[in-house]
Design a binder for this molecule. Structure first.
Ligand code: ZN
Length: 724
């Protein structure tokens, strides 16, 4: 049942390779996932919490050491014949590990000192924060997930899932992850000795995206692909980068970006590539700009959504299918790669129109056909944004049917949930999971976080994900690591008032009766999309009309004060004066609980970056560097390798990208080289348009887009298309 076949195989391979330390460390990483809950991986990333300024390089070294220590622990546990999760009766792998590890196991005294220090640190931290229960739950969950990653969700925790077909479908992510881990062959860095390369990256610490410990290795790039070099290789190269002191990682993959239109205005896309992002997902929140058959509808969607996605001047909206839209993006030659999702608003606009209407069976069939065609043209799945009409008018069954269609083609459901639903806390996410359950498809909850205004804590939210996965479903999520949300100001207006598209919306905004109804509903609804301080928490941006420009970056509360009018009248007047195109920045995730999401085993990063307004949410400029600097180095809430995994191979697996997200022979040469000692975000609420520090080099498809910390002007990106 607890098939450790691949571990045994790798141990055998490692023996043949002479049991080098790096090889053994990698093996330990695998073995550890099988054998240790308490002393292993769940502990290692956080064991340095007491050393706030220790720095990831040291963390890497300590983790390597901890694995050596751990080799000793494994053998001791084996002697005691206990404490070994799911493995106690099968000791072959451990004996093999012991044999290989013997040459590199540290001085035992030093080992036990280290183990004690780590234990002390952990105890201190627990006492200090009083979060023992939460940590225990986290460790339990981590252990369960690690079992999933190595063995698939059916192992170790009894029978899960109601039928085999669903379980197999739902396990796609974990299976892909497992195959990635299996491909982490011990000889991965011992391939090429002679090669002539386009680029040679020397002396760096490779953190390859699997979650395995960093290791010293040189990496080559030729014809846009990675070539891995043996120690002592003789490779020559057109250009060399000295990566001494830098981490060499796969390029970061952002699961949520609002650049679907704005990238046409700025194909260099500096806020993102300067963070190390090499691929980003567009068409999110149900708001994709293809497929939309009629040009009038496309322009109407642009108008409705300009406060969120912008509306670049001079852009010709002359595409309709996903294929045509992708071609426009390819012709643009952006600096990074793009993954396109199909928004359910687009599907509704193309079939039902803009009205608040339940979809008939025939209309659902039409939407399925549109989605199928778009995915056959290379889209990766379905997105929803259930606060944004007309997609917000879709009910659970409609979304389940579309999810079923996406899943049949190997895609997934990416959802901004229906936040006003039910208890406005857990029910919105319950619906998301129910859509996946009924639609037999994978669910990815985007910008999943705990709001200060939510009644409960983060644990019940995360338990929904854990329980669904326990049931055999494939549920994942992303989070942006900032306290500041942002969207279009129009989100304040209830969905019924937006029926019919921009013209009817504007008519209602100027109608007294409609304003009165909006006023009544907003007294409840407003708090959802603002903060505790209501209008004073709504910072406005993206103004265009000359007499309103002075409000750029000011709060709605300030406008209300100056005008001395009713807030809803001010809100409606502003929206009308700006043709609906106003952006807002409001409080979002609660800082105190962000870490619980960031460090969750299926948590990933979605920046939700927006490219309108003078002062956007700082997440647009700082998300990935903030995780690496603050959460990994300064606060040690997760290990560097684990953070990199969640930014690279995990989203690649989520999307089904089979040649990105890892530093692997033959993979696309998307890389980021960052300094683990200095990497940090400098973007703040007050000054969000500020580039990060420490992201030194970024390659997209083998070309340098960031060199020595500056954009090179290169535009080697394009659209990635789903295959098979
Ligand atoms: Zn968004």
């Amino acid at each position: 049942m607890h098939g450790d076949v691949h571990v045994r195989h790798q141990l055998r391979v490692a023996r043949e390779h002479g049991g080098e330390p790096v090889v053994a460390a990698r093996l330990l990483d695998q073995v550890e996932g099988l054998t240790s809950d308490e002393d292993g991986r769940a502990d290692a990333p956080r064991g340095t919490r007491g050393h706030h300024r220790s720095g990831p390089t040291r963390v890497i070294n300590e983790r390597l050491d901890s694995r050596r220590v751990h080799g000793r622990l494994i053998s001791e546990k084996d002697h005691r014949g206990s404490h070994v999760r799911g493995q106690s009766s099968d000791t072959e792998a451990q004996r093999a590990a012991e044999t290989i590890l013997r040459p590199i196991v540290d001085d035992p005294q030093r080992s036990s000192r280290r183990a004690e220090t780590r234990r002390d640190n952990r105890d201190d931290r627990r006492q200090a924060r009083g979060t023992r229960d939460r940590d225990d739950a986290f460790e339990h969950r981590s252990a369960a997930y690690l079992g999933d990653l190595l063995h698939g969700p059916e192992s170790g925790r009894g029978t899960r899932g109601q039928d085999d077909g669903r379980r197999i479908a739902m396990a796609r992510l974990t299976r892909l992850h497992r195959s990635i881990l299996n491909r982490g062959a011990p000889d991965a860095y011992h391939r090429r000795v002679n090669a002539h390369l386009d680029l040679l990256i020397e002396h760096g610490t490779v953190v390859d995206g699997t979650g395995s410990p960093g290791m010293h290795a040189d990496v080559g790039v030729r014809d846009g692909r990675l070539e891995l070099l043996a120690e002592g290789h003789q490779a020559t190269a057109e250009r060399r980068i000295d990566a001494t002191g830098l981490v060499v990682a796969p390029g970061f993959i952002d699961l949520h970006s609002h650049s679907g239109l704005m990238i046409f205005a700025d194909p260099l896309h500096e806020p993102k590539v300067r963070q190390g992002v090499t691929t980003e997902v567009i068409g999110v929140d149900g708001l994709s700009y293809a497929p939309i058959p009629e040009r009038d509808d496309l322009e109407a969607l642009v108008e409705m959504n300009a406060g969120l996605d912008g509306a670049p001047d001079g852009l010709a909206y002359d595409w309709s299918s996903v294929e045509q839209y992708m071609k426009r993006l390819d012709d643009l030659r952006p600096s990074l790669n793009l993954v396109v999702l199909v928004g359910n608003s687009a599907l509704r606009i193309g079939t039902i129109g803009w009205d608040e209407e339940t979809a008939s069976a025939a209309k659902v069939a039409d939407m399925r056909a549109m989605l199928r065609e778009a995915m056959e043209q290379g889209a990766f799945g379905l997105s929803s944004g259930l606060d944004y009409p007309p997609g917000a008018y879709a009910d659970t069954d409609e979304l389940a049917a579309l999810t079923d269609e996406a899943a049949r083609l190997g895609g997934f459901y990416h959802t901004h949930v229906r936040y006003p639903l039910g208890d406005r806390y857990l029910d919105p996410f319950r619906e998301a999971i129910e859509i996946g359950r009924r639609g037999n498809g994978p669910v990815h909850i985007t910008h999943f976080y705990h709001r200060q205004t939510f009644p409960g804590g983060p644990e019940p939210m995360l338990a929904l994900v854990d329980d669904a996965r326990g049931e055999g479903m494939d549920v994942t999520f992303d989070t942006y690591p900032y306290e500041w949300a942002s969207t279009r100001l129009l989100i304040m207006i209830p969905p019924w008032a937006q029926a019919g598209g921009p013209m009817p919306t504007k008519r209602r905004l100027s109608d007294t009766g409609a304003r009165n109804r909006i006023r009544r509903e907003l007294s409840e609804r407003g708090v959802l999309f603002a903060g505790r301080r209501a209008w004073d928490d709504v910072r406005l941006g993206a103004f265009r009309s000359p007499d309103l420009l002075r409000w750029e970056g000011h709060t709605l509360g300030e406008v209300i004060n100056e005008r001395g009018q009713d807030p809803v009248d001010v809100l409606c007047d502003l929206l009308l004066a700006e043709d609906l195109r106003i952006n807002q920045v409001t409080p979002g995730p609660w800082t105190e609980t962000l870490a619980d999401f960031i460090r969750h085993p299926v948590g990933m990063i979605g920046t939700d970056s927006t490219f309108v307004a003078d002062r956007p949410s700082p997440r647009t400029y700082g998300s990935f560097p903030r995780v690496l600097g603050q959460f990994v180095r300064d606060e040690a809430i997760l290990g560097l390798e684990e953070a990199v995994r969640s930014m690279t191979s995990a989203p690649a697996a989520r999307l089904g990208l089979r040649d990105r997200g890892l530093v692997r022979e033959g993979y696309a040469a998307d890389l980021v080289l960052f300094d683990p000692q200095t990497v940090c975000s400098t973007a703040t609420y007050e000054e969000p348009r500020s580039y990060p520090i420490g992201i030194e080099w970024v390659l997209v498809n083998g070309q340098l887009v960031v060199a020595d910390g500056a954009h090179t002007g290169a535009r080697p990106g394009g659209v990635l298309r789903r295959t098979g």
